[in-house]
Design a protein around this ligand. Structure first.
Ligand SMILES: [Fe+2]
Ligand SMILES: [Fe+2]
Length: 241
C-alpha cells in the first residue's frame, strides 16, 4: 500500500501483526537507497526506528494508515543515529503515552539526555511483552556499529528486528524476499565500510542465530524470510574473511 505517492512511501505486512514502512530515496551520488521502520500492532503497539527527522511527516502518514499514532506505546530503536531515532522527540510529542525503548547503554549515554521522555532501558536478554508479541532485547555492541547497538527479537513470529545488518542498496526492492540478501548486503558493506570490525562479531552473531529467526526485518532494503540462523552464521564467516 503506497501511503504517499510523491515519495513512494509504502506499507506492507512482513509477519503476523508486523508491518514494514519503506521510503525510497536517491543518495547524493545518484544511487538508490531506502529507509525502513517497523510497526508491531498489539495491545501496546511499537514503532521500531523513527526514520530521519526530515522523513517524519512521511513516516507519520504511513503509521497513521495502521493505527491512530497517539496509541503508540513504545518508540524502539537499535542504536543512536538519525535514521534510527532522529525524529524520536517528534514521535513523543505526537504520541503522549509513548516512551523511548532501547538498551541500557543507549539510555545511559544518550537517550535520557536527548529524549523528551525517560526511556525504558532493556537489559541484555530482557523480555518485554506487547500483548501477543513478545520482544527480547539482545545487546550487540559495535555490531555493525555503535557501542549501544542491540536488536529486538519478536518471539511470537520469530522476527529479528536486525537494524543495519544485511543492509541492501537500491530503492525499488520488494518488501519481503526469500532470495539472497547476503550477496547484495556484502557488496554494500564493501562499498561503504560501516562495520566496526569488532573482534566479537562471531560471538554476537551466534547469540542472534540461536534465536532461530525466520524473518529478518532489515532497516535498509527488503525484509527476508528463511533460515535466519544459517544466514547470520554465513555473515559471521564473511566478516572473518
Ligand atoms: Fe546505523
Ligand atoms: Fe540504519
Amino acid at each position: 500500500m503506497v501511503t504517499n505517492r510523491e515519495s513512494g512511501t509504502n506499507v506492507q505486512a512482513i509477519a503476523d501483526g508486523i508491518y514494514r514502512i519503506n521510503t525510497p530515496v536517491t543518495l547524493p551520488n545518484g544511487d538508490g537507497f531506502s529507509f525502513n521502520q517497523y510497526v508491531i500492532l498489539d495491545e501496546e503497539p511499537m514503532l521500531f526506528h523513527t526514520g530521519l527527522r526530515k522523513l517524519f511527516p512521511l513516516v507519520r502518514e504511513a503509521v497513521a494508515s495502521l493505527l491512530p499514532i497517539e496509541n503508540l506505546r513504545y518508540i524502539g530503536f537499535s542504536h543512536v543515529e538519525a535514521d534510527e531515532c532522529g525524529s524520536l522527540n517528534d514521535w513523543l510529542a505526537a504520541a503522549p503515552q509513548a516512551v523511548p525503548l532501547c538498551g541500557t547503554v543507549a539510555a545511559m549515554v544518550s537517550i535520557n539526555d536527548l529524549a523528551d521522555r525517560t526511556a525504558i532501558a532493556l537489559a541484555d536478554g530482557e523480555l518485554l511483552p506487547l500483548g501477543r508479541h513478545r520482544l527480547r532485547w539482545l545487546d550487540a555492541p559495535h555490531l555493525p556499529h555503535a557501542w549501544e547497538c542491540g536488536y529486538l527479537f519478536e518471539e511470537d513470529t520469530h522476527t529479528l528486528l536486525c537494524g543495519d545488518l544485511f543492509t541492501q542498496g537500491g530503492a525499488d526492492l520488494p518488501a519481503i524476499t526469500a532470495s539472497d540478501i547476503l550477496g547484495p548486503s556484502e557488496a554494500f558493506r564493501h562499498a561503504m565500510d560501516y562495520f566496526s570490525h569488532t573482534n566479537n562479531a562471531r560471538t554476537l552473531l551466534e547469540r542472534l542465530a540461536v534465536t532461530e529467526p525466520t524473518t529478518l526485518a532489515c532497516m535498509h532494503g527488503s525484509a527476508w524470510q528463511g533460515d535466519g540462523a544459517a544466514l547470520l552464521r554465513s555473515l559471521a564467516d564473511r566478516l572473518a574473511q
